[in-house]
Design a protein around this ligand. Sequence first.
Ligand code: NDP
Length: 260
Amino acid sequence: MPLSNLSFNLQGKVAIVTGASRGIGAGIAFELARRGAKVAGTYTSQGSEKAMDALIAKIDNLGNGSQAIKIKADLRDPLAPKQVIEQTVQAFGTHIDILVNNAGAELVKPLQDVTVEDFASIYNLNVRGPMLMVQAVLPHLPARGGRIVNISSVGARYGFKDLSVYCSSKTALEGLTRCWAAELGGAGHTVNAVNPGPVQTQLMENIPKDYIEMQKSQTPVENRIGTVDDIAQIVAWLASEESRWVSGQVISASGGWAMY
Ligand code: NDP
């Protein structure tokens, strides 16, 4: 592909981004659309509807043939993934080329206080949600070249105090990524994970400040935390044809704080 076409390399593709109302998901949805994809973005809180409308308007203004729709879905509900797929198919047709499992939640709690409900709440969204999304999207992936990108975390491979449920849910997502890559590779699809370090979003607000400072001070690239766009660029590449020979990988998106 000529270099000049690279920035529009997702034209004609249909993508789903879960948790697209804010933070990293909103940035990913915008970047995929900027490269030409039609994007179905999910959200769950009533209060995020306006943010979704603003994102859709921003994508419409690109004027590059991309389009966006919003789908309200609580991905802790096991029935939600099928509904997300149905609404995407209604809007954009039967092929879905790209799925970005981004929606996630954290829990900061000492081990002894973690309840069964806490565990279910985090694992149902961060682990079961992506699994049910992938199951639901399978019949709609193209004949070859489907792209699944899971947003995990550097916490998947680091022992942060009081974050055991969250971090381990992201470790599980890494494990699923590798196995799905093995299962879906025969059909030419790739499955990868991106592990962000800290990025300024609503989710990061709840993470203890000393964890953020520690990572920032040890980050080789510019001693800073990540931006939403830092993450979105990596995801957009993994969603594109150019990444076709990369599968089952976990990319640390942390300015080198975590080196795999
Ligand atoms: P935010 O909290 O800013 O955004 C979370 C998104 O997920 C929102 O769109 C939210 O929708 C959606 N969401 C929340 N609960 C549900 C649910 N039950 N069903 C469906 N959607 C839901 O998070 P970030 O942008 O910071 O994080 C995005 C991903 O990146 C997460 O998987 C997170 O674990 C990961 N990550 C983030 C890091 C960071 O420092 N920010 C670092 C490492 C990983 P709504 O607005 O409607 O609530």
